[in-house]
Ligand binder design. Structure first.
Ligand SMILES: [Zn+2]
Ligand SMILES: [Zn+2]
Length: 110
């Protein structure tokens, strides 16, 4: 991570110092470095989507805990596309989910 940032800054510096005749080629190189860095950051973010329970609103990072067993909830149903699910504390929602009563695009989405 830090090595990438240092490398990018170095490329910028090189481009500004060595302008004579090579400006276009250097800009292309810098663009390529920036595009690669941006792509990696985007891919890293996309690889960790946060799904939210349609029943209680808990998500991947804020699981609710069973008061009896002290076990964190898990997903009974999960739709990674719409980032919605039904957690193990909301079993009453499973039947509705399976029936299609819970629309992933309901209300808050756009
Ligand atoms: Zn829930
Ligand atoms: Zn939960």
């Amino acid at each position: 991570m830090n090595d990438n940032l240092v490398g990018t800054a170095g490329a910028f510096q090189f481009a500004s110092v060595d302008l004579a005749g090579f400006q276009e080629a250097d800009n292309e190189a810098v663009d390529r470095v920036l595009a690669n860095t941006t792509l990696k950051l985007l891919m890293r973010r996309e690889s960790q989507p946060i799904a939210t329970c349609v029943g209680c609103g808990c998500d991947d990072y804020h699981a609710c805990v069973d008061e009896a067993s002290f076990q964190p909830c898990s997903w009974l149903r999960l739709d990674r596309e719409s980032l919605r699910g039904v957690c193990s504390q909301c079993q009453q929602y499973v039947a509705r989910w399976d029936n299609g009563d819970i629309q992933p695009t309901a209300s808050s989405h756009k």
